[in-house]
Design a protein around this ligand. Structure first.
Ligand code: AMP
Ligand code: ZN
Length: 492
């Protein structure tokens, strides 16, 4: 079955935009590197997962049957990306005097909670590294058998030198071997590995190490890169459609994933590699180590020195969608406040859209408007352009509402369905006020107030009716008298 779509995606591997052709339509295999659950996810991590949520949602909207796999890294991720230091879970477990799996459990639950707050769809499979130790051992064995890895004293290293004889190791980032070598340190006499770029597939555990498993090479634990290769192969096959992750994963983690797949089953793991750009604060990448990584909860409550106030998760999601996933997104209070106003305008317009009365003919071109939504998203998931086009629709909705344009019934229904689909289902945005008790309570209070004002007007008590209007207005609630009655909306 083919899916009719004009979707074009930017493939990091080829460094160009390519028409998206699923390997086995209508199915799409989609793998995204998940979080390392040794601490809370910061807003930067969230940006990456929210971006892939948009991509997932649009693929579903186009009719693809997507198997979305996003792993949980709960073992093997060392402090240094190149096999140095303690593993992040054991270190935290020692510090907090907990079992490593207590650390893993607590931060996995926290991650799920945050993902729900941002209205991201859960992946179809969320495999863990600790649940796939056998698969990782098997893959390491296969790579050794094929001559691309060697064991030294209980640790198994991938032989990058050997690999480069037949493959282009720096293919993903388009870097020559010499350039890659420049970023590594010289080997000392103490090093077990043979080449500076060699990386561990399996690491021997020291006796005090908390997370370890028995392997053909003794007690140890998997290297970080191996888990994604083993799990993506298990659930999506040797070659699948899309592999995603943050841009910071390209040079090491994803480069090594490609090498592992090639060395074990002689195929590239993914057809398209998609990478999200970083969330920055004053131009500096948000990260725990830079000390600028605030937590989603802090953002929701406003409880952080960098924040002037708290923001609704949907406003934060809208803020992120206003920037293309491949551009950096700089965090600022001003930008968030602007997003808050934009989001309210969009939500108000959606409400207005459902209250519009149709005419006999359309003075506007609805087909063209709807086509512009698809053109934006088909162009490598260009959500900022989509939002700009949705705002063009907002402008038109308000003109129809004010009687300056007209729309016939068919067009009105089409616009209602499509706007709702793109805002709620594709962008994943909804008006939280309408979905919680606060919203319902406000709605009830406002109908009562509007009724009281109408009664005041009917008895020609204009002092009271004006006072009601002005007081509401000073509190950010704007009321409008129209032919159909009085409407209200929050100030945008
Ligand atoms: P980690 O939990 O460190 O394995 O990271 C989870 C995901 O978040 C990875 O795909 C990273 O590339 C991504 N990530 C980390 N920092 C940022 C940031 N500042 N902006 C966007 N994505 C990030
Ligand atoms: Zn990964």
């Amino acid at each position: 079955m083919t899916i009719k779509s004009n979707l074009v995606v930017y493939n990091t591997l080829t460094r160009k935009k390519e028409k998206f052709e699923a390997l086995n339509p209508p199915f799409v295999g989609f793998y995204v590197c998940g979080p390392t659950v040794y601490s809370d996810v910061h807003l930067g991590n969230c940006r990456t997962f929210i971006s892939f949520d948009l991509i997932y949602r649009y693929l579903l909207h186009l009719g693809y049957k997507v198997r979305y796999v996003r792993n949980i890294t709960d073992a093997g991720h060392l402090e240094g990306d190149r096999d140095e230091g303690d593993d992040k879970f054991s270190k935290k477990a020692r510090l907090e005097q907990l079992e490593p799996m207590e650390i893993v459990q607590s931060y996995t639950l926290g991650f799920h909670h945050v993902m729900r707050a941002f209205n991201t769809l859960p992946p179809n499979i969320e495999p863990t590294a600790t649940g796939h130790i056998c698969e990782q051992i098997e893959m390491a064995k296969e790579i050794i058998k094929n001559g691309y890895a060697y064991e030294v004293n209980g640790t198994v290293y991938f032989d990058v030198d050997k690999y480069t004889k037949t493959h282009h190791y720096g293919e993903l980032t388009n870097r020559k071997l010499e350039d890659l070598l420049e970023n590594t340190r010289e080997l000392s006499g103490q090093d077990e590995k043979r080449g500076r770029l060699d990386f561990a597939l399996w690491i021997k555990a020291k006796p005090e190490h908390l997370m370890k498993w028995l392997s053909p090479w003794g007690w140890g634990f998997p290297g970080w890169h191996l888990e994604c290769s083993a799990m993506s192969t298990k659930y999506l096959g040797e070659t699948f459609d899309i592999h995603g992750g943050g841009m910071d994963l390209q040079a090491t983690h994803h480069t090594n994933e490609i090498a592992q797949s090639q060395a074990s089953h002689h195929t590239a793991p993914a057809k398209y590699w998609l990478h999200t750009n970083m969330l920055t604060v004053n131009g500096v990448r948000m990260s725990k180590s830079a000390g600028n990584g605030f937590l989603p909860q802090e953002l929701f409550t406003g409880n952080h020195s960098l924040l002037e106030k708290g923001y609704d998760p949907m406003v934060v999601r809208f803020f992120m969608m206003q920037t293309h996933y491949r551009s950096t997104l700089d965090f600022s209070n001003e930008a968030l406040q602007a997003a808050e106003r934009g989001f309210a305008r969009l939500m108000n317009a959606l409400k207005t859209l459902y209250k519009l009365k149709n005419g006999t003919h359309s003075s506007i071109n609805v087909e063209k408007l709807i086509a512009s939504f698809y053109t934006a998203m088909d162009d490598d998931f260009n959500s900022p352009i989509l939002i700009a086009n949705l705002f063009e629709a907002v402008r038109i909705i308000n003109l129809i509402h004010d009687g300056k344009e007209t729309i016939n019934q068919t067009d009105l229904e089409k616009l209602q369905t499509t706007m709702k689909t793109f805002v709620n289902e594709v962008l994943g945005l909804f008006d939280q006020k309408e979905n919680n008790n606060d919203g319902k309570a406000l709605e009830t209070a406002m109908s009562l107030i509007i009724e009281q004002r109408l009664e005041a007007k009917n008895r020609k008590d204009f002092a009271t009716s004006d006072k009601i209007r002005d007081t509401l207005s000073s509190g950010g609630i704007i009321i409008k008298d129209t032919k159909e009655g009085t409407t209200w909306q929050l100030e945008s």
